[in-house]
Write a protein that binds this ligand. Structure first.
Ligand SMILES: Cc1cc2nc3c(=O)[nH]c(=O)nc-3n(C[C@H](O)[C@H](O)[C@H](O)COP(=O)(O)O)c2cc1C
Length: 388
């Protein structure tokens, strides 16, 4: 199978599976506990149907949206994710290049493998900086100053990860940073030598957002230590309110799941929220973002930009979320598998296919612009009129 044979999420996933040592594939593909939330994140889109309008005179399609003051040429963005140069040596650079080309938003994670400064200066696109809240308040302030100096317009604080999720696939393979592989895990690297050669012959693996603060290179610390020792589970609304005030710009909370928390985000001055369960990687059994979308948009949609992510594999999934009032929709594994499968051309192809799917679905729905999508375009199965 080659890149040109990839026509959808599953094709890219299969190609990534072939290329990656299985501990790395399973790190991307896996989720917490029984992975119920992970499966539900995509399955939930089948619980409702699109209702197209016909003969509307569709001409030019404009799928642009404005999110937290940034114009995006398409209503999907690449959500920040960790460790990308482990999946393909081009890592964040490949994703930023594609995001720039398709005019959409991207940004590095605190656990990113390319510096936020490099991405900010080399690629023209709306950029976010995703960060976690540390016990060390000085470190939190330093990270915000760094992002501010680099000219990043949107801070995105992830609030669903105050401790690490229970990823049992990683426990089985021994996946961690630095690597602490089981014998079986090591054998999986041995049978994928191309990945190993790329890893060894390209720039050394680092975490530039954190390297001044955590020493992972020596093996003295690990990502799991980062979550358990450095992040602050006692973070509360007052702490975040202080950060929002300090930042004094676009500030977004990623991982909001309830109406009450969405209202609090509005109260402390956030300009965006991402309804998210971290791709099912944190609290298994948590509701899917799509299932929570309507009630959150009803409550705060006129006061704050409501985004969502989780389980998006198709343009029609995007249209369903937009119909319920999401301002834009985040992609995770939908660009990570293409990255792992083929680097920059892979991410480019996946965004091109997604753009094409959204455009075709908009035409078939009879819509020229995103604001023409409304809840009237959707019918939940439970709402379907019964036939006598
Ligand atoms: C391999 C991987 C790494 C991730 N790393 C981060 C991260 O560092 N910070 C963060 O806020 N979210 C992270 N996420 C969550 C994504 O930003 C996003 O919420 C999630 O992937 C959406 O679900 P989807 O993969 O089903 O599209 C990660 C997700 C994956 C799959």
């Amino acid at each position: 199978m080659r890149l040109n044979d990839c026509h959808n999420f599953h094709d890219f996933r299969n190609l990534a599976k072939r290329r990656l040592p299985s501990p790395i594939f399973n790190y991307i593909d896996g989720a917490a506990d029984d992975e119920v939330t992970y499966r539900r994140n995509t399955k939930c889109f089948e619980a409702c149907d699109l209702l197209p309008s016909v003969l509307t005179g569709v001409n030019e399609i404009d799928m642009s949206v404005t999110v937290m003051g940034q114009k995006l040429d398409m209503p999907v963005y690449c959500s920040p994710t960790a460790l990308q140069r482990l999946f393909h040596h081009q890592g964040e650079r490949a994703v930023a290049k594609a995001a720039e080309k398709y005019g959409t938003m991207f940004g590095v994670s605190s656990l990113g493998t390319v510096s936020l400064e490099e991405i900010a200066s080399n690629y023209q696109m709306p950029q976010v900086y995703q960060f976690y809240f540390h016990k060390d308040r000085g470190l939190n302030r330093a990270m915000m100053e760094r992002a501010n100096e680099a000219g990043v317009p949107i801070m995105m604080l992830t609030v669903d990860s105050i401790t690490g999720g229970n990823r049992e696939r990683d426990l089985r393979t021994g996946f961690s940073i630095p690597f602490r592989l089981t014998f079986a895990g090591m054998m999986q690297f041995a049978i994928k030598p191309m990945w190993g050669l790329n890893y060894v012959f390209h720039e050394k693996f680092t975490l530039p957002q954190l390297e001044e603060h955590v020493n992972m290179a020596s093996g003295a610390s690990s990502i799991s230590d980062y979550f358990t020792k450095m992040l602050d589970p006692s973070m509360n609304w007052d702490d975040v309110a202080e950060m929002v005030k300090l930042w004094d710009g676009q500030f977004c909370l990623k991982g909001i799941m309830t109406v009450e928390d969405a209202k609090r985000a509005v109260d402390i001055g956030c300009t965006g929220i991402v309804i998210s369960n971290h791709g099912g990687r944190q609290l298994d059994g948590s509701r899917s973002s799509f299932d929570q979308l309507a009630e959150i948009v009803d409550a705060v949609g006129d006061k704050i930009d409501v985004l969502m992510d989780g389980g998006i594999q198709r343009g029609t999934h995007v249209l369903k979320a937009l119909s319920l009032g999401a301002k834009a929709v985040g992609l995770g594994r939908s660009y990570l598998f293409p990255l792992a499968a083929a680097g920059a051309p892979g991410v480019d192809r996946s965004l091109d296919l997604m753009r094409g799917e959204i455009e075709r679905a908009m035409i078939l729905m009879g819509c020229c612009s995103i604001d023409q999508l409304t809840p009237q375009n959707l019918r939940l199965h439970s709402q379907a009129p019964t036939v006598n």
